[in-house]
Design a protein around this ligand. Sequence first.
Ligand code: AQP
Length: 336
Amino acid sequence: MKRIFSGIQPTGGVTLGNYLGAIRNWAALQQEDYECIYCMVDLHAVTMWQDPATLADSTREVGAALIASGIDPKKSIVFNQSQVAAHSQLAWVFNCVARVGWMNRMTQFKDKAGKNRENASLGLYAYPALMAADILIYKATHVPVGEDQRQHLELTRDIAQKFNNDFKVDFFPITEPLIFGAATRVMSLRNGENKMSKSDPSDMSRINLTDTADEIAQKIRKAKTDPEPLPDAGVDPEEGRRERPEAFNLLNIYAALEGSDAADVQTAWAGKSFSEFKSALADLMVAKLEPISTEMRRLMDNKDEIDRILADGSERARALADPIMQDINDIVGFLR
Ligand code: AQP
């Protein structure tokens, strides 16, 4: 039996980056021979300050985005992490299994903590141990990962291995990454060197799945580019991304939305003007995102419906996680 776990932080609205890089792949996985568990990781979200007045609604919004993007909550388990206590219980055990030296090598902590590392939360530092617990509390066999999460999945494998060795058991699986053929990394519309992010202070840097057609058109029109026309067909994409990150980002987004090969899109638009291209990109984006945003808005207007779906998901998640946590307690030697 193949079991998939993946998570997304309810740290704000859902971006086109979350959709193209993760959510649409999660929806596609449901077609295959997998049991899928998709989680709004609110415990991870609070490793950075979250306003309590908006966290619950952000959680609902992310849940709505998943469902509107085609994740079927009857087929897959969709829930929020804080409602399944076993995530936190196992995270503590893993805090005691993982080594400080391992955590010190995690590049995401360095990126997110920034210069003022002493002032970062302890939770942000221990984030990868909680992520390992998220995956292993279900004994998930596969995790869809983007490039940015690869290091954390490696750590999950190390923690599983060390737990099995320390306690002389063959308990946790060594989880495999699921890498998608054309993994899409969507960059900011204001700076092609940074990834598009929910928490970027500038709303113009990202497309939110709830943006209206006019907002999308405006953001694409104002997206940063350079004075040259679109690149020639022969330009190597790796080199192109280094030299003209904004141009190649927009080409990539177009290809990902259309479901076509990036090289074909580059050839089709070679030498053309950005104004023509941006207008086609905005039209394509609106056509693809409108059905999702319409369904998201419907769900957001029906909070009871979304809350019921998440409560049902939490119950099903607990039914899987609790017996595994009980076994772990026995292995560690906690008195029942
Ligand atoms: N720009 C992106 N391009 C491709 N994939 C992306 N993902 C996020 N941004 C992009 C993927 O979305 C999934 C969920 O991400 P997350 O919410 O757990 O955290 P994140 O990667 O830190 O996303 P954000 O939007 O940048 O959130 P904040 O601003 O809160 O840090 C992951 O699979 C991720 O790879």
